[in-house]
Each structure stands twice: as C-alpha cells, then as structure tokens.
Design a protein around this ligand. Structure first.
Ligand code: SF4
Length: 380
C-alpha cells in the first residue's frame, strides 16, 4: 500500500484566497500548457464547486466554467466529485499538491479536467493580474456611484464608532478638539498632535487669558506651542504649510472661532446642521485640509455625540467635495470610469473608494466585493 503524502500545512482557505486574488503567474498546468487567469470566478460558498463562472486561457484554449480546489488532488476522488453532476462544469482543478500520477482529473461525464498546482501565497496581489469584475461592469454601463456612496456612509459610521469612547469619556468638545489636532498633524505628526490634545485639554486651553492687546488666537497659539516641545514633532521634509508651527497657528485660529470667548468646552454652537467644510477654513488651512477636518473630525464627532441630527450629518457628508484623490486609488479610479467619468467626485465617494480598497481590493476579494458582478464576456 502506498503511503499517503502528509497533508499540507495550510488551510484550503489559503489556497482559495490565492486563487481569488488572481494567483500572479507565470502559471503552468500539469499538462505543460501555460495558464492565464482572465477571471478567477465567483466564490460559490455552500455545496458544489468552489468558484463559478471562471474564464481562463489554457495555452490558447478559452475555458469557461467552474473551479474546484483541494489541498491534495486525491481530494476530488475522496469527496466523490467524479460521479457528481454538480461538478460536471468544472474546467480546472486547483491543488496544493498533485499526489496522483495524472495531469488531468476525470469526471464521469468523460471530461478531462486540467490540474494546476498552486502554492498558497502570503499576500494577495493588488492590482490583480486580470481585468477585475468592477472594470468589466463599469465598461458595460454599471454606475459605481451608489455603491461608493453607501460605502462612504459606512466609513463615516466607522469613524463615528471609533471616536464614541472619547466622546463618552471626555465630551464632544474635547473629542472634536483632539480629532482636529490629529487631522492637522497629518501623517507626519498625527501621534504627537494627539498627545498634545491630551497634554493640553480644550477646557484648559479655553481658560488661557490673553494679555492686554493680544488676540485669543495668539494666546492659544502660544499655549499650544508651549505645550508641544516635549513631543517628538517631525519637521524635516514638510511643506511650509504643513510645518507643525504653522499647523498649530491654524488650529489656534479655528479654536478661537469655534469656541468664542465665554464658551464652555462642549460642542461649538457655530457648527450647526448646515455646516460645510468652510467652517474649517481659516488662514493656513486650505480647501483640501478643511475638507479633511470635516471628514475626519466634525462629522464623525457630530454623529457619535448626537450633536446634530443624523439626516443633516448625512446630507453634509454627501455634499462635501472631494479633497483630491489618493495614490493608492489610482488603479481603482481607472477601472471605475477613469478620466472620462471620474468615480471619486465627492469626499463621500472617495471615502467609499478607500473602504473598498482596504476591505476588498487589497485582500484579493474580486468577485466578492460590492462592485463585482460575474462577467459574461471576455474583456481584455
Ligand atoms: S475587489 Fe472589487 S472593486 Fe476591488 S478590484 Fe476587485 S472587483 Fe474591483
């Protein structure tokens, strides 16, 4: 009796994840033909083949149908697929190890199914090495905007959920102040600016009494700068507008506007239901940065605290213009309309794009994301 090979030391889900991500090649079938994945199929779930509706190019032969995965090629026989009608449409058998002598898998219908040996990779590839379903669907006229809007709103709710503990612990004013500073800190100084908000809380800052002839903005600037030195601020390589000192001056100006003299450190009355990104526009904070403040601070805290009606917050969110796109969304943008019909024309859609990229595209989820629909025709 022949000893069975040891099972592979990874789960079948790892193999499925690599296949779903397009399994960057070069790939070669056990019969020697090169294999190109045009579309890996849609994960089926439940009984039947693992992926349905795949489109493959096997050495020039176009294959359309289902794909079945096993860690060992003998899994096909062990699971009784050879005699199962549900597997008659399988056009490719993907295995981590071919533990049999054959280059093909047999089905009772008489079909010979090519076998591909695939080692699970560590990370799915982005961009995928095939035309993704979202690009095919968009090229056929499907408008990605409604899905992007829905995902944008999901991202707003996620931001609100993240800030909820701070709102509950310290109140909406302090939570807004902290997120304002974090946003203005940018990627270079987000952490130190967040630490500054803890070190000099809003209530303490608002108690700063300006000297005669000195504006509140200047007094707040001095207080913020005086509290900042122990923090490891990054200054090198930043644009002059993004330098920490400039950002603190802008923050002080905004704080003086949002919390006029005599205000309590709660939600600023100046930020009402019709608030737009202009509420965050002061010298030193350009249009893009002001939109980022609305996206990352004002609206999430308003939603988490109930400071504004939910419907007004959602309207304000949808009305925000795009602050400009992100480099990591360039490919997605080209698939969802490109320059002819740019998909990220509002901040909400851009946020939807970021969620899509983070939760689906970069995880090899083509075929499972909200913008996937199984292609019926080949598109190159
Ligand atoms: S995960 Fe969806 S949106 Fe992202 S590339 Fe694939 S099909 Fe397109």
């Amino acid at each position: 009796m022949t000893a069975r090979p040891a099972p592979a030391r990874f789960p079948e889900s790892a193999l499925a994840a690599r296949w779903a991500a397009g399994a960057p090649g070069p790939l070669r079938l056990e019969d020697g033909r090169p294999l190109r994945i045009i579309f890996p199929g849609t994960p089926a779930g439940g009984s039947g083949p693992d992926f349905t509706g795949a489109i493959l190019d096997a050495g020039g032969d176009l294959l359309r149908g289902d794909v079945e995965l096993h860690l060992l090629a003998s899994g096909w026989r062990d699971h009784g697929h050879a005699a199962d009608e549900a597997y008659a449409g399988v056009v490719l058998h993907v295995v981590a190890r071919n533990d049999g002598p054959n280059a093909f898998t047999f089905h009772r219908s008489g079909r010979l199914i090519p076998v591909l040996v695939l080692e699970p990779g560590s990370r799915p590839a982005f961009p995928p090495p095939f035309t993704p379903p979202c690009a095919i669907a968009t090229a056929r006229g499907q408008d990605p905007s409604p899905a992007l809007e829905r995902m944008g709103l999901r991202r707003l709710r996620a931001k609100a959920a993240r800030v909820s503990p701070a709102v509950a612990a310290h109140g909406p004013g302090q939570a807004l102040y902290a997120l304002l500073l974090e946003t203005l800190g940018g990627s270079a100084n987000r952490e130190p600016f967040a630490a500054l908000a803890r070190r000099l809380p809003l209530a303490l800052l608002l108690e700063t009494a300006p000297l005669p002839g000195v504006s509140r903005t200047l007094a707040f600037t001095a207080a913020l700068k005086a509290a900042a030195p122990p923090l490891a601020l990054r200054r090198a390589g930043l644009r002059p507008m993004a330098a920490p000192a400039r950002r603190l001056e802008s923050a002080a100006s905004l704080i003086a506007r949002w919390w006029p003299e005599g205000s309590v450190p709660g939600w600023p009355p100046a930020l009402g239901p019709s608030t737009t990104w202009m509420a965050a526009s002061v010298p030193g904070i350009g249009r893009s940065a002001a939109i980022e403040v609305a996206v990352n601070a004002i609206l999430p805290v308003a939603l988490a605290s109930g400071a504004l009606p939910e419907a007004a917050i959602e309207d304000a969110w949808r009305a925000l213009p795009s602050p400009g796109t992100y480099g990591r969304l360039t490919r997605l943008q080209s698939w969802l309309g490109g320059e002819a019909a740019p998909p990220f024309t509002t901040a909400s859609r851009l946020q939807g794009g970021l969620l899509l990229h983070g939760d689906y595209c970069s995880r090899g989820a083509c075929g499972r994301c909200p913008l996937s629909s199984a292609p019926l025709a080949v598109s190159h």
